[in-house]
Design a protein around this ligand. Structure first.
Ligand SMILES: *Cc1c(COP(=O)(O)O)cnc(C)c1O
Length: 504
């Protein structure tokens, strides 16, 4: 192969085409990637807190101050700049005192895969843009559906996340319901989901053109699992009102409480009421590979569709998610044809095209990350990691339950803890404000990050454990800090509250 023509530009300013990865630039690619990796590795190695407590204003000013029309002409300078505008103040999920949302530390094999998949840049819409990529994705869908026990006709597709998976599941359910009940039924279709279900269920219903009150919340018990008797009453109510139930969404791992709806009992109601059962296992899917807790998902095998977020409990980088369906034929509701892309003649020749099953067209080969993770680590290792955080959450629950400074809402089946600080002598208003304050003060200090939520109208705090490196001491330390912030706040407010009371 002849060498590339010389670059006529001044030294240090490569010709634009030298920035594109090809046979001439493979060496430059290797060096640039190594530089980037070295920098991230150094940053990760010296991260001593999960966040810096930076507020939006100073960072916004720095980012706004960068002139995007004047490039730096070098990766080193651009990475240096990136330290200032991103890496220095990023929120680091691998840090053991990051305890907020469903973000996990990521598996190194998946990061290698990420580098591979973006460099090759396959697009998983058609065979002619992916070849082996399409087959690898199909194997992983089959493997995951097998773990869930969805039977011989199962299929599915990787998606951008649980939100998209839930949207597609409900799209399929809507189309199945329309096939049965006709177009006129659209405004009457109902979706039943527990009051602890993910908000993407409501959002999907809106996107799908369902009525504003289409999602009927079903009561949960004190354990925050869907109450099957309440579900039965809701189903009967819909039947009496002539409202076809197009789907029941059961959650296997609610985002706030980690509660798993009674899947088998819910599935048992299907024979009489004839709904599609969608199981949202965005969070709980890690149990599919748990060496000790797979039984918590018992009943998932009855689902018509299942959402799994590998980027939550499989330690995969964002994005990595899938929708699985029991009967692959229902995916036809996501199929359309374009002459240039996926003409019917391809399907007739059995050329595998994933675009026929997906809401997306051009689509990342995210499946490769799970593939390399399974090939390097194996499923049991992933399950052990998830088990470790579930075990840790049980220890933290005991800690909170035995400590009068806190009140904990429920014992999670997975790895969340919803609780609040109870500052001594504080009334309702001050307690709520003290909890909101404690969360913000903790984040501002950078010493830890927890989330917040509302239970029964009262402000609560939430810990989600997904990092097996988080020790009980880490959590105990963060809890002490939170209690301290809440106490101090309540003490400062007490004179004011008393003054208010006197004035009132
Ligand atoms: C996180 C979550 C979702 C949404 O998934 P994304 O990947 O964030 O889009 C849906 N359902 C549940 C139960 C979740 O926890």
């Amino acid at each position: 192969m002849p060498p590339p023509p010389p670059d006529p530009r001044p030294a240090g300013r490569p010709a634009p085409r030298h920035h594109l990865l090809n046979e001439h630039t493979a060496d430059a690619y290797r060096r640039a990637m190594a530089d980037g990796v070295v920098r991230v590795a150094a940053r990760i190695a010296r991260t001593d807190r999960p966040c810096t407590g930076i507020t939006p204003a100073p960072l916004a000013a720095e980012i706004a101050g960068i002139d995007l029309d004047r490039p730096l002409f070098g990766a080193a300078a651009a990475l240096e700049e990136l330290e200032e505008v991103y890496l220095r103040d990023a929120v680091y999920f691998h840090h053991p005192r990051y305890l907020a949302h469903l973000n996990c530390p990521v598996a190194i094999p998946a990061l290698v895969a990420e580098a591979v998949l973006t460099a090759v840049n396959s697009s998983l819409d058609t065979w002619d843009q992916s070849a082996g990529g399409t087959l690898i994705e199909r194997r992983l869908i089959g493997w995951t559906a097998g773990r869930a026990g969805l039977g011989p006709h199962a299929d599915g597709v990787f998606t951008s996340g649980g939100t998209q998976s839930n949207l597609q599941a409900l799209l399929l359910a809507r189309e199945e319901a329309r096939d049965r009940a006709g177009d006129g039924a659209l405004p009457r279709l109902r979706v039943l989901a527990s009051e602890a279900a993910h908000f993407s269920v409501r959002k999907s219903a809106r996107l799908l053109g369902l009525a504003a009150d289409a999602v009927v919340p079903v009561a949960t018990g004190p354990d925050r699992r869907m109450n099957p008797a309440a579900l039965e009453r809701a189903l009967d109510g819909c039947a009496r009102a002539g409202l076809p139930v197009m789907a029941v969404v059961a959650t296997a791992g609610t985002t706030d409480f980690g509660s798993i709806d009674p899947l088998a009992e819910i599935a048992a109601l299907r024979d009489r009421h004839g709904f599609r059962l969608h199981v949202d296992a965005a969070y709980g899917c890690g149990l599919l590979v748990s060496p000790t807790r797979r039984h918590l998902l018992a009943g998932i095998e009855h689902a018509d569709s299942v959402t799994v977020d590998f980027h939550k409990s499989f330690f995969q980088p964002v994005s990595s998610s899938a929708l699985l369906v029991r009967d692959g034929a229902v995916l036809r509701h996501a199929t359309d044809r374009a002459d240039y892309l996926n003409p019917a003649r391809m399907a007739e020749r059995l050329i595998p095209n994933q675009v026929d099953k997906s809401l997306q067209t051009t689509r990342r080969f995210d499946a490769l990350k799970l593939w390399l993770t399974l090939r390097v680590m194996g499923p049991d290792a992933i399950g052990e990691l998830f088990d470790a955080v579930v075990d840790r959450a049980a220890e933290v629950w005991a800690l909170l339950d035995g400590d009068p400074r806190f009140e904990v809402v429920t014992r999670s089946q997975l790895s969340t803890l919803v609780f609040r600080c109870l500052p001594a002598g504080a009334g309702r208003r001050v307690t709520d404000a003290a909890n909101l304050h404690a969360r913000e003060a903790l984040a501002a200090s950078g010493a830890g990050v927890v989330a917040g939520t509302t239970v029964g109208g009262r402000a609560h705090l939430k810990i989600t454990l997904l990092n097996p490196e988080t020790s009980l001491d880490d959590v105990a330390h963060v809890l002490d800090l939170l209690a301290g912030h809440a106490e101090r706040y309540a003490r400062e407010q007490a004179p004011r509250a008393a003054a208010w009371a006197n004035a009132g």
